[in-house]
Design a protein around this ligand. Structure first.
Ligand SMILES: NC(=O)c1ccc[n+]([C@@H]2O[C@H](COP(=O)([O-])OP(=O)(O)OC[C@H]3O[C@@H](n4cnc5c(N)ncnc54)[C@H](O)[C@@H]3O)[C@@H](O)[C@H]2O)c1
Length: 255
């Protein structure tokens, strides 16, 4: 991982959770890290801790200020900021739009701003924190499931389109990770994610292994690949299994 020493790295949503773990891991490798978060105080705390640069604000508009802060270029962009809704089809349009904006459009806007630089140099690395929900689904959260499938589709499209031009893309798809997001996920999180949840540092380690192996799909949990294969191989059976999880959730809530 010598290549990451002195690399210019941006991590969005790095004020806490998985993003903070990624920022710490890149800094430990000797990279120069921009710590972005909507929560300026949280971003500053992490940046101060790791000797990074705090660039607060919305992940959708971070590339230009981050590039300026890094002295004119970005080598690795971690599109990590993400939000859930814990809502179904009944969620208002404004909720769908916000989740779409953060979980998908922030990745599109970042890639749009980064690609000219990366294609000219013939190198660049885009690390999208997606979710196992992007390969499978998340019971109880329709906007999250739909937008994470969108984020995965965009990452795949980037890899397919630009691999031969030096742009590397990774889609990180963890199941449960012990962060504020999991703590806010309520009974669905407790039932589906908490029992096998891992630490944010485990995700950061898996990302480094995935980069070393040049693997597109980074699956920090051991079982995710088998679920993904099962879903593709017999989709009705998989839906039946997930519906049993949904019914268990309803029984638990007395719904
Ligand atoms: N925790 C899990 O179980 C889990 C599992 C799979 C995938 N993920 C994904 O990992 C990523 C990080 O999640 P986490 O669990 O660390 O969540 P978290 O809520 O602990 O941290 C997310 C951080 O992103 C920031 N943020 C939110 N919207 C932002 C925006 N528009 N611009 C900049 N910053 C913003 C928040 O302020 C927060 O500090 C998300 O994309 C999430 O979907 C999480």
């Amino acid at each position: 991982m010598e290549a990451l020493r002195d690399a210019r790295v941006v991590v969005t949503g790095a004020g806490g959770g998985i993003g903070a773990a990624l920022a710490r891991r890149f800094a430990a490798q000797g990279a120069c890290v921009v710590v972005n978060d909507l929560d300026e105080g949280a971003a500053k705390t992490v940046a101060d801790e790791i000797g990074g640069i705090c660039v607060p604000g919305d992940a959708s508009a971070v590339v230009e200020p981050a590039r300026a802060a890094l002295g004119g270029g970005v080598d690795v962009f971690c599109a990590n900021a993400g939000i859930g809704a814990m809502a179904g089809a009944e969620a208002e349009d404004a909720v769908w739009e916000r989740v779409w904006d953060v979980n998908v459009m922030a990745h599109v806007r970042a890639a749009r701003a980064l690609l000219p630089e990366w294609l000219e140099r013939g190198e660049g690395r885009f690390v999208a924190t997606v979710s196992a929900a992007g390969l499978l689904t998340m019971v109880g959260d329709a906007p999250y499931s739909v937008t994470k499938h969108g984020a995965l589709a965009f990452a795949e499209w980037l890899a397919v389109t630009y691999r031969h031009r030096g742009v590397r893309v990774h889609a990180v798809c963890p199941e449960g990770v012990r962060t504020d997001m999991l703590r806010a996920a309520g009974p669905a999180g407790d039932l589906v994610l908490a029992p096998t949840a891992i630490e944010p540092e485990d995700v950061a380690e898996a990302v480094f292994q995935g980069i070393a192996d040049e693997r597109f799909l980074i699956l920090p949990h051991p079982g995710t690949g088998a679920y993904y294969t099962a879903r593709a191989g017999d989709t009705d059976r998989w839906i039946g299994g997930m519906n049993r999880v949904q019914r268990k959730l309803e029984e638990g809530s007395g719904a």
